[in-house]
Design a protein around this ligand. Structure first.
Ligand SMILES: [Fe+2]
Length: 296
């Protein structure tokens, strides 16, 4: 039996009953991980790495190796931090689970990435409704080694603090940006479409679905389009947005969002699976052959 996170209570929200955790920073209780915990890490790590070669962005795979992550055991945050701090000034902090928005934004703005310290059970290998250590550490942390992506994440944190002060509609817009980039983003490499979103790289099914299924839309990155697009948390995504580079992401998100939020307040939201008449959809394969398929 492994140790349990300090779950304070569950609260009802529009997303159902969600757990609320203690929000302080916790020391990673590495010595207390059980053999089962390490084995879950090992199985998931091996399975995903096998799947991600040729599917995840080169940047992601290179960074993961450079950090010293291996399948052998759950990594120690302190060891990863010595590499990460030297590379981009980011550091991992241990947390019990999902944080309140403002707390989360403040950590990011100060280059602290919160990582859930506990890992899922063997029965939950394929799906877990909330982030655990595997999602956070395997999925999110490697790209913090990339200077451009690291800057984007810190800027997102600063933008989050600001949006929080503006109001709930601005936060909805900004959260969609996180969802469609940090969690579910695709990138076009010279040899084809690749994954960089953490929600995808930590999921076996979605790693295949996002690139190889004919079902989802793959649309070029467009800031305001993304901020208007609703999303589903209970199924694979119906739409993925594709960036050309992390530099594009930085550049597109550099302007002050305040007037954009005001403008978007006058616009309808877009359903998760919709394609606008003017949009170009990429189907599958190598990243070549964008074609306008209209409303598919
Ligand atoms: Fe995440």
């Amino acid at each position: 039996m492994s140790i349990q996170p300090r779950r304070v209570e569950n609260v009802q929200t529009d997303k159902g009953s969600v757990p609320v955790y203690a929000t302080g920073i916790v020391e990673q209780p590495w010595d207390d991980y059980s053999a089962t915990d390490h084995d879950v890490w090992k199985q998931l790590y091996k399975r995903q790495r096998r799947l991600l070669v040729g599917r995840a962005s080169d940047e992601f795979l290179i960074a993961q190796d450079a950090m010293g992550m291996t399948p052998d055991a759950i990594p120690k945050f302190a060891e990863l931090n010595s590499v990460l701090r030297a590379a981009t000034g980011w550091e991992l902090i241990g947390v019990e689970g999902l944080l309140p928005e403002l707390t989360f934004f403040d950590h990011l703005a100060n280059r602290r990435f919160p990582v859930t310290w506990w890992i899922r059970t063997p029965e939950q290998l394929d799906y877990l409704a909330e982030p655990d250590l595997f999602h956070d550490l395997f999925g999110h942390v490697p790209l913090l080694m990339n200077p451009l992506f690291g800057d984007y994440m810190a800027a997102y944190g600063r933008g989050g603090v600001k949006a929080h002060g503006i109001g709930p509609e601005a936060l909805v817009n900004l959260t969609r940006l996180y969802w469609y980039t940090v969690e579910f983003g695709l990138i076009r490499q010279k040899d084809g479409l690749r994954i960089y979103g953490s929600g995808i790289v930590s999921s076996m099914g979605e790693s295949i679905h996002c690139l190889e299924s004919p079902a989802p839309n793959r649309i070029g990155f467009d800031l305001q389009r993304i901020m208007r697009t609703r999303y589903r948390i209970d199924t694979y995504q119906k739409t993925y947005f594709v960036i050309d580079s992390f530099a594009q992401l930085i550049e597109a998100t550099e302007p002050d969002f305040t007037p954009i939020y005001a403008h978007l307040a006058t616009q309808d939201s877009i359903p998760a699976g919709a394609v606008l008449a003017t949009e170009t959809v990429f189907h599958r394969g190598t990243g070549e052959g964008w074609s306008n398929e209209g409303d598919v």
